[in-house]
Design a protein around this ligand. Sequence first.
Ligand code: HEM
Length: 424
Amino acid sequence: MPALWRRPLEFLASLPAHGDLVELRLGPTRAYLAAHPELVRNVLLDTRAFEKGGVFDKARQLLGNSLSVSRGEEHRFQRRLLQPAFHPTKIAAYTTAVADDTRAVTDTWRAGQTLDVSDVMHALLMRIAARTLFSAGLDDATIEEARQCLRTVSHGIYRRTVAPLGILEKLPTPGNRAYDRANARLRRIVAEMIDRRRSGGDADDMLSTLLRAEHPETGERLDEGQVLDQVVTFLVAGSETTASTLAFVFHLMGTLPEVEARVHAEVDGVLAGRAPAYDDLPLLPCTRNVITEALRLHPPSWMAMRVTARDVELGPRTLPARTMVLYSAYALHHNPELFPDPETFDPDRWTPERAARVPRGALLPFGAGSHKCIGDVLALTETALVVATVAARWRLRPAPGTRLRPQPKATLEPGPLPMVLERR
Ligand code: HEM
């Protein structure tokens, strides 16, 4: 427990050396880390034996019974209803907004300026999330307010899900009061958007798709409370993760000018000065490899868990019902058996020839099975569009003395990353 608490990333990365299934003593509790990709696949694909429990039960109190915390039949029902919002045609329709918002932000940049790329990407992704969810419904001040609320809520959810004593979160401490205020305000902002949409007609955004969604067999729909929970979940699950990925990408590219130069050449060749569109993305393999490698090195979703629903065999053991089973993208991605020289940022690992040699299930930034991230394609699309839009005009250099120190919280956060802007 103390090792996991003090230096979680180093501790997790050290575990695969102890075996494919590693027993951990977390105080009085026994937990297991599935360290081998095939065991992780077993855990993630067999949702009847390994279900969302433990921290997800806690998160359910905070996020409602939304997609990320529901299980069984309820999960299958929600997934079918929500999937249309993430259909490639919908994602393609959001791309103009992503490129426009990125251009609007970068148009305010000045050569020689130093900015915190983590902060800038978080603000930009909140703006993009607001547009994809609510079209032009939110003004800039409310988007910024929602971002601050989201940050407080996300940290609060993390503290509450890992805190051993539920009573602590009920005390009227300044932190708990700030959490309650931020949570209430965020939900009010989303509820107002739903109300306005209900009374003011349709739009081509995610909110309208959710309000219109109908189960293909039963015709059932989500009620307003459920739509609210899903939207808050999308904001919590989708904006920090994508923003952090972008911050990691820019920092890593800035530390390797040779890689950066290849991305610049690719973007210049394909776009020749125009804004990127969805159809351009397959033509940007170098950009994609940089993003994949950043997700390998710094997976925002660094650890997740399941609970056994019954006695179940996993690798060499039979685990009793209600056993906690962890899987960690960070541990997989930093295992030298799976990725030689794992600490090195090497986007060429993902050229088709080399990628074919990566063991099945070793790369897992979005999970797998029926709980696999529903926003994976959206996140990858947004990330590639932002990188291409910025790279077409700007070179970002880490400010002297900057050291990347990823911080494992609810997601893996990059921390402050000051970078100096150079116009290309
Ligand atoms: C780089 C960005 C992202 C990363 C790394 C990421 C990662 C993940 C991972 C690993 C899971 C599975 C967790 C588990 O196994 O317990 C997940 C689930 C989920 N993600 Fe993402 N995600 C990202 C972006 C997004 C976006 C943009 C959205 C929505 C707008 C989103 C919404 C969700 C939801 C709703 C779930 C639960 C899915 C289910 O249980 O059926 N994520 N994400």
